[in-house]
Design a protein around this ligand. Structure first.
Ligand code: SF4
Length: 455
């Protein structure tokens, strides 16, 4: 069996499963957020009754992160709906925007978009917050009401996005009926060269198979090249499995996985026991691709879908209006570090927005010093508009007052993960997906630029 089959077999209480088989799977964790949480709660109450209790209050993780820093009252209310449900159910893990468990969230536009408006519990973008807060464990099954839940496959777990109806069912029962996906095999060999990042690996792969090339399939990433990838790198790759239609993305377990997970579960007092899976020698794949990391170049997915792959140097000169770094794909500390390496001592030529994925990343950037400056200061000095309000921000457009949202038909190069029409705001805007390094170089020139020119 493949990694995915091994986990699903275990979660279904079976010795073996095979692709195409329908199995009842036990959930280890169910995650929801402010956009889908209220709908999920509505389904749960409708189907299980107004007084029903969730199947396990210690396995439900609720992370408001999407439409938070907006004056839109419906969006603010969604956070309050989550808080009421958490109180009613005694849910253990709720990363509230505000301090007071009996309070009410209201964004204050008068304080502006840049200065922090959240309390000490807030955790930022769910897919980055889940591992940071110790909720991702090898061998487990994670369901989330968000398509990029697949990010957690970086930690050798089966993680997939589900809809509100399925999530309402999981809330009530802790189970879900799943068809075991076929597995596609991506063997990573070699080492990334300077200026080339994990984002380039996944953009390359999606370019090979197309934006629907992995529809309802598991994408297994392994091979000797994985050892050279950090956990952040693996998260970037697994995060975008869904951009090829994948059911999940998954990596093998190694010492790096253990170090990260052990540290984070200990730090946060979450469950520390886990049981990783290893693939069998006889695992079967429906597709195989070897990716030679040494030969990859900075890559860009052009408008209007993540499969429109080009090399950055082939697009040199394509004029841009805006650059954006942030999201669960490109808003990690390591992403901002690579970005800062390129813009340090230089000035961006176009409007450039920076949105760290989590408050912890804001803290990292504001406390890590290079010479006499913090990374945050380096970015600000280069003209990057950095917000402390970590979250999804303009990655998915959001209400019109969302930081970095494209309200006119602009062309934007972005470290995010999705570029279908209208994704970051205006339906005639265009989004070009690239690594933080390529976004940084392009921000400096105002045109798509190969970052190796600045190394
Ligand atoms: S950062 Fe973007 S892709 Fe990630 S969860 Fe938020 S909206 Fe979705």
């Amino acid at each position: 069996m493949t990694l995915t089959e091994k986990i699903l077999a275990r979660a279904a209480g079976k010795a073996r499963v095979q692709a195409g088989e329908n199995v009842w799977v036990n959930a280890d964790v169910l995650m929801t957020h402010d956009v889908c949480g209220p709908g999920t709660i509505g389904v749960f109450k409708r189907e299980f009754g107004a007084n029903a209790k969730v199947w396990d209050r210690t396995r439900v993780v609720i992370i408001p992160d999407h439409y938070i820093f907006t004056a839109d009252s419906n969006s603010n209310r969604n956070v309050n709906v989550l808080r009421d449900f958490v109180r009613e159910q005694g849910i253990e893990y709720f990363y509230d925007v505000i301090e007071d468990p009996n309070g009410s969230w209201k964004f204050d536009p008068a304080r502006g978009q840049l200065a922090r408006q959240y309390g000490s519990h807030y955790a930022g973008v769910c897919h980055s917050a889940l591992p940071q807060k110790g909720h991702t464990r090898p061998g487990e099954v994670l369901f989330g009401t968000d398509s990029h839940t697949c990010t957690a496959g970086a930690f050798n777990e089966f993680a997939t996005g589900i809809g509100n109806t399925d999530a309402g069912f999981v809330l009530g029962t802790g189970k879900l009926l799943l068809k075991v996906p076929e597995t596609m095999h991506f063997r990573l060999e070699g080492r990334l060269q300077p200026g080339v990042m994990a984002k380039d690996i996944i953009l390359h792969i999606i370019g090979e198979i197309g934006f629907d090339g992995a529809t309802y399939r598991a994408m297994q990433f392994d091979g000797s090249g994985v050892a050279g990838l950090s956990m952040d790198d693996r998260m970037t790759i697994a995060n975008m499995a869904i951009e090829a239609g994948g059911k999940n993305g998954i990596f093998p377990f190694d010492a790096r996985t253990a170090e990260y997970v052990d540290n984070r579960t200990r730090l946060n007092g979450t469950k520390q026991r886990y049981d990783p899976v290893e693939a069998d020698a006889d695992q079967r794949f429906v597709y195989e691709l070897v990716v030679d990391l040494d030969r990859l170049e900075p890559t860009v997915a052009c408008h209007p879908d993540p499969g429109q792959r080009n090399q950055a140097r082939e697009l040199e000169g394509l004029k841009l209006d805006r650059a954006y770094i942030g999201s669960c794909t490109g808003g990690k500390t390591s992403d901002f570090v690579e970005f800062a390496r390129i813009v340090r001592g230089r000035q961006v030529a176009i409007d450039t927005f920076g949105v760290p994925a989590t408050p912890e990343i804001v803290h990292d950037l504001q406390t890590t010093r290079w010479g006499g400056q913090t990374i945050w200061e380096i970015l600000r000095a280069s003209g990057v508009q950095m917000t402390e309000n970590a979250g999804c921000a303009a990655c998915l457009g959001g209400p019109v007052d969302t930081f970095g949202r494209m309200n006119t038909p602009l062309k934007c190069i972005s470290a995010t993960n999705r570029n279908f029409p209208g994704r970051m705001g205006h339906k005639e805007s265009q989004v070009f997906l690239a690594s933080p390094a390529t976004v940084a170089a392009s921000a400096l020139t105002g045109k798509i630029t190969d970052p190796r020119a600045f190394l």
